[in-house]
Design a protein around this ligand. Sequence first.
Ligand code: UT7
Length: 331
Amino acid sequence: MSKITAAITAVGAYVPDYVLTNDILATMVDTNDEWITSRTGIKERRILKDKDKGSSFLGIKAAEDLIAKKNVDPKEIDMVIFATATPDLPVASTAAYTASQIGAVNAFSYDLQAACSGFLYGMSTAASYIESGRYKKVLLIGADKMSSIIDYKDRTTCIIFGDGGGAALFEPNNEGLGLQDEYLRSDGIGREFLRIEAGGSILPTSEETLAKKLHFVRQDGKTVFKYAVSNMADASTKIMERNNLTGDDVDWLIAHQANKRIIDATSNRMNLDQSKVLMNIERYGNTTSATLPLLLSDYEKQFKKGDTLIFASFGGGFTWGSIYLKWAYNS
Ligand code: UT7
């Protein structure tokens, strides 16, 4: 009997309407369009302005886009994985709420937190459930309302992040297409350099933590940048080497959109022609768990059945890795 492989068979996405440009940010903090563009590649990001809506709203919209595009019956979805660093509530699964809202009434569901690598790790999880033969339709969502944890007075973080959501459906494939190999890693040293200090079990929210603004995300950008460049490039070249892939064999690089310079460094190490390096960072910034599925949705029409895709990400924790996947359909 041939091995079951797990293929992506549909994608969907959603970004909120409000556009926060570099010029608007320059009225809020001491920065300018030239600095942000040259240091990060970002021109604008989307922000979910509604105070009463959380990441589930972004994920639900992305899932609904996928369901409508591919005419999926939500009742047939076996499980929903919701990758997010900004759950609706600290307790009560965002995935469970989302699954109910999209009509996936026969699914079980859970949240997955791996910061910017949430979707990449989720691909591994979704594929494993399919490969096991136990489930036939696994919906992976990556969505983050990053604006809910950003201090818009801190110019070192507010220029980077944006809000968005994306989704991908994983199903069994009998032609050997889908996920081929993965190289996933983590290193707890990272929590020193990128984190939200308060609101967790070590330092619960208090008047003092609020006054010190410890409920916002902070990072040592330079250090994170260094780790991101070396680890994302290492992971991507490792997965190419062990699958005997050269730059010519790779059709598309789907890399986490945190900083254009990190993506450039990775694609250079992989010897990739720039036309194969997918980017939308200029329009959305870093949407954490949503960057990879937003790229899939934006570029879906260019992918051909059998194309070789390399996914790569790096994020808080630290968490990082690379996945080799063969695309399974023509749009
Ligand atoms: O998704 C995974 C997690 N995050 C990342 O992967 C992000 C990794 N880090 C980065 O992308 C970059 O480190 C940043 C974009 C955050 C910062 O870029 P950088 O080139 O590393 O700048 P820097 O922190 O070394 O700062 C250089 C200078 C500093 O001024 P001085 O000390 O040289 O006078 C900063 O104060 O730029 C200043 N600066 C700014 N200036 C204008 C910092 N932020 C800004 C700003 N506008 N927004």
